[in-house]
Design a protein around this ligand. Sequence first.
Ligand code: BGC
Length: 795
Amino acid sequence: MIRHPAFAVDPWSIRETELDLDVLEQTESVFALANGHIGLRGNLDEGEPQGLPGTYLGGFYEQRPMPYAEAGYGFPEAGQAVVNVTDGKVIRLLVDDQPFDVRFGELQAHERVLDFRAGVLRRRVRWCSPAGKQVRVTSVRLVSLVQRAVAAVVYEVEAVDAPVRVVVQSELVANEPLAPAEADPRAAANLTAPLCSERFSHDGLRAALVHSTQQSRLRVAAAMDHLIDGPHDIQTASESSRDLARVTIAAQLEPGERLRVVKLLAYGWSSQRSVAALDAHVAAALAEARHSGWDGLLAGQRAYLDEFWGRADVELEGDAELQQAVRFALFHTLQAGARSERRAIPSKGLTGPGYDGHTFWDTETFVLPVLTYTAPQAARDALRWRHTTLDLARKRAKLLGFEGAAFPWRTIDGQECSGYWPAGTAAFHIAADIADAVGRYQAASDDEAFEREFGIELLVETARLWRSLGHYDFRGRFRIDGVTGPDEYSAVADNNVYTNLMAQRNLRLAADTASHHTDRAAELGVDPEEVAAWREAAEAMLIPYDEELGVHPQAEGFTEHQLWDFAATAPEQYPLMLHFPYVDLYRKQVVKQADLVLAMHLRGDAFSAEAKARNFAYYEALTVRDSSLSACTQAVIAAEVGQLELAYDYFAEASLMDLDDLEHNTRDGLHIASLAGVWIAAVAGFGGMRDYDGALSFAPHLPQRLTRLSFRMCFRGRRLRVDVTHGEVRYSLLQGPPLQITHDGEMIELAVERPVSRPTPQVTAGERPTQPAGRSPDPRGTPADWGRPTDGCRD
Ligand code: BGC
């Protein structure tokens, strides 16, 4: 748990006013900056103390062996792990011969601010050296959202009350030592010195290092340049060696005098380009950064983010802490995907090495819905990345004996990296999740070029997988047996409702798209019979139902399993997967994360309102939320079935997942899909937004605590704003041609400057469902819980 007496509540930033070294690792994740291409953890400028140093590049990994005690056919032979590449953040400072290190001397003032509008991390420090010399140090760091290869830091040191000699050492450091690996499977593998030096150079205030990895054979270049301002007699020197480049700047400062160093950083990597080409690439990126200058980079960042917030902001009235958390969540979701440009978006974004930097279904199911409606270009790029991996997915399907494409459960470059097949290979639902993201993007963007070139192929190959995975039983029902659904406390089950419903949509989408683009479909070898077969399989899809209990079993037979003994499970035995064998979890009714409940969100069109309420109550009693991907979905369905205060509790949990370190692993990186889920909980939960079959509908309801919710989104080239209060919902089209939407079942025509208002729909809820003993979300949704401070400092 981050005990953060110093995180002030502010609508547009996270501000820390005390430095707590015990939670340094967590705050390094919280204060991370990224643009989807480069990611810098929020490490202190001077490199030490540090929790976990981290500089990551989208798609840059090292391959490592995956030894098995008992190997089996089709097990992946090699894994991939994200590499902590050359660290360009490091700026050391010497104050009258003593290194600036917050563990020594006296830290008289400290502040770090992550600014969501400016897109920078600011740090202000006043430090008194052990010898009694006082300095003010400020730094502002950014990872450019406009110039994707560029990051920059402006670093200033000022003498306070007496003259001081200062030396600033600005570095590029490769192969930083990391702490030993942890036993937790969610943490990262530890690569020792993964980078081999290929070139190092320095020239004046510039220096560059080029390295490559041994197994994955990727090459990375990092370069830095400096702009210096300060007293007249500044002396500079530079040096470089295999794993270190350094520019040293020495000056004498009178009280009130400052030394200002702008450090420009550039990164480039490739699997193909030569040392010379990459060296030239980073030199060019630096030239571009110099041309923009610090002020230009800052202005570009601001303009990019003004534009983003204009399309995407979510405003809450009534809970200042969650207002802050929602913008924090959106900011990091954008940072994860903005410029990833045909590289995978990892489950931790570029904020930490957790899960080895792999991407999972998280991206398509949680991150892309948000990007589709707030930064559609980024969603398109992410899907184009999936498309580039199609050949690998086709090979994998063939190896496994199926047709079409079997996408990896976890990967960096498209190869399957899951060594645990019951939760990896068998989680075929990822194919339908990708198809769902394609369908949503296509419907929300009207991007015909994408649909013809990439979307159709993803849909066709995933439909082919379903057709070959499933079969007709003697009753003529299309069954998909032996698969793992989203809930990883069940595995290799028959007819998982989520999987079957999503596969059904996948088959229909493929059929519709192929019928729309017959020429492209023909190029992909699709004929009318295949289209008809997809439609037939979708029509005959088996969706199990337990007549006696009146609920949908998560998978066939699930509701007959023994109930998990929650009363006998101690709080410290969660997450269960770290304390009980999978063999026991799999045979009992206990749910790690929303599965059937997620089906009721994404395929809500397949359930009646009564079924939703009954199912929700049933699964609430079984769901332990051992994954961060659960609370946001539970919030959506809780809101739909009228459990608005419970929905608010879940919304708060999702919102505070990383700010409060609720999963105790924020140190390894932020939970990007859960952060994206905060937007989903607000917009699909309280806004009641659904997008079935490409039509946009809303049915907003507010929990008691919120007096207003406003959100913006893009849809087919339009910008839309929805304002919800307890009494009224107002829909405004901010930009673009007229648009039809549905409000609580009523069709509404929207046009610019002609907002439409309707009374907020009322829902009647049944009894509040209960959760497993000790697993209820922290209450926040009822007036008695509103005593927490909403300004100043948190408790
Ligand atoms: C969840 C998976 C998820 C993975 C990566 C696991 O804990 O159960 O659904 O894909 O984390 O975020």
